[in-house]
Design a protein around this ligand. Structure first.
Ligand SMILES: NC(=O)c1ccc[n+]([C@@H]2O[C@H](COP(=O)([O-])OP(=O)(O)OC[C@H]3O[C@@H](n4cnc5c(N)ncnc54)[C@H](O)[C@@H]3O)[C@@H](O)[C@H]2O)c1
Length: 374
């Protein structure tokens, strides 16, 4: 199969959809891998690294027109819409439930669009979102420690303390993938860590894997109010699938927090879990409300493109290989998690939540892409 990798042109996006290691796996299987010139540079992969494993470096026009399967990281931006076409399978983060113009561009073009974020395993896991949550959680603990420093507006506290001086306190709200990874790094820095969760099963699991190195406490409005009073760093890491983040920290709760403490709201991409949260960028990551430094960067993994590119492609490569080897129809027929990834085929929306979000017609995938042999 001809597999293309487009260069990301969205502002501040430095990731690329395939590493040279991934390209080698594909060329070794006899696929023709086309890399847009400069696509890997933001992640420290020079064109020569791809050429060295048998890929071809091509122009923007050629990567879009010659590929059968096109790999990207972010959704196409407006200037890429005219490049979408029938016969092309696009595999990328799409998030089209929140983007009607893109949904229409995809359906009007006849492209087949498979979204990383809706690939879902039978236990409800989101294997192509998980690596970004791991990164965001780990970064949140680092950002918390960093913005506690006095010259940056923080309390002036070393999160891990030193022998003879107590460490800082970190409260993580939500013990999912982000929360677990934030806790791991905060523990590693030597902080005193508490996780507030509302799933008892999840807390049992965290208790096992963290071997008692954190306090695990049932989340409630009262508990959150009490816990954040003593915290030096609070990390917002909740998710209610398919919904906006609940506003668990109200404005009045901030009065009771320590001056110069840090609140990292990782859930900001779902609206944020504090009333005072608003999205920020890597160039201006923080602002202050009631003496509390708010860090609310909506695309945290963008700060570490080398790690994020490798983590993303580790997760996507098995799906890319399956589509390349078998074609999309057979790959989908063999792997139910990929069925949920397919959002648009032949101008029809095959992912129900997307159709509902825009009041458009939903077509079950089997009707446009019969999964069983006729
Ligand atoms: N800002 C970024 O760059 C970035 C990157 C990755 C993920 N995220 C976001 O981080 C958030 C967390 O993602 P995740 O992958 O860890 O999700 P997850 O589903 O793995 O974990 C969410 C956890 O929140 C818990 N929860 C729900 N309501 C709660 C409440 N009231 N109190 C305490 N816990 C509660 C759930 O039980 C679950 O364990 C999501 O909003 C996600 O979109 C942001």
């Amino acid at each position: 199969m001809k597999i293309g990798v487009a260069k990301e042109i969205k502002t501040d996006e430095y990731r690329v959809a395939l590493t040279p290691a991934g390209a080698l796996e594909l060329t070794r299987r006899g696929h023709d891998v086309l890399i847009e010139a400069g696509a890997g540079v933001g992640s420290a992969f020079a064109d020569a690294a791809y050429e060295g494993v048998g890929a071809r470096i091509v122009s923007t026009d050629d990567v879009w027109s010659d590929s059968e399967l096109l790999l990207k990281v972010k959704e196409p931006v407006e200037e890429e819409y005219p490049r979408l076409r029938e016969g092309l399978v696009l595999f990328t983060y799409l998030h089209i439930a929140a983007d009607e113009p893109l949904t229409r561009a995809l359906t009007d073009s006849g492209v087949t669009a498979v979204a990383y974020e809706t690939v879902e395993t039978s236990d409800g896991g989101l294997p192509l979102l998980a690596p970004m949550s791991e990164i965001a959680g780990r970064l949140a603990a680092q950002a918390g420690a960093y913005f506690l420093e006095k010259p940056l507006g923080g309390r002036g506290l070393l999160l891990g303390g030193v022998p003879g001086v107590a460490p800082g306190r970190v409260v993580v709200i939500g013990g999912g993938i982000v929360g677990y990874n934030a806790a791991v790094i905060a523990i590693g820095l030597g902080a005193n860590v508490m996780i507030l969760e509302r799933s008892i099963d999840r807390m049992r699991h965290l208790d096992e894997i963290l071997s008692g190195r954190v306090s695990l406490v049932m989340s409630s409005s009262l508990q959150i109010r009490e816990s954040i009073k003593d915290a030096d760093v609070v990390i917002g890491a909740v998710l209610i699938p398919g919904a906006r983040a609940p506003k668990l920290i109200t404005s009045d709760m901030l009065h009771d927090m320590k001056d110069g403490s840090v609140f990292c709201d990782v859930a900001i991409d779902q609206g944020g879990c504090a009333e005072t949260s608003k999205p920020t960028t890597h160039s201006e990551p923080v602002y202050e409300v009631e003496g509390v430094t708010h860090y609310c960067v909506a695309n945290m993994p963008g700060a570490v493109p080398i790690t994020a590119t490798k983590a993303l492609t580790n997760a996507t490569l098995p799906y890319v290989e399956a589509i390349a080897e078998q074609g999309l129809r057979a790959a989908v027929a063999h792997d139910a998690s990929l069925v949920l990834g397919v959002n648009v085929v032949d101008g029809k929306i095959t992912y129900e939540a997307v159709a509902d979000a825009h009041s458009l017609d939903y077509t079950p995938l089997e009707e446009v892409l019969p999964l069983a042999p006729a």
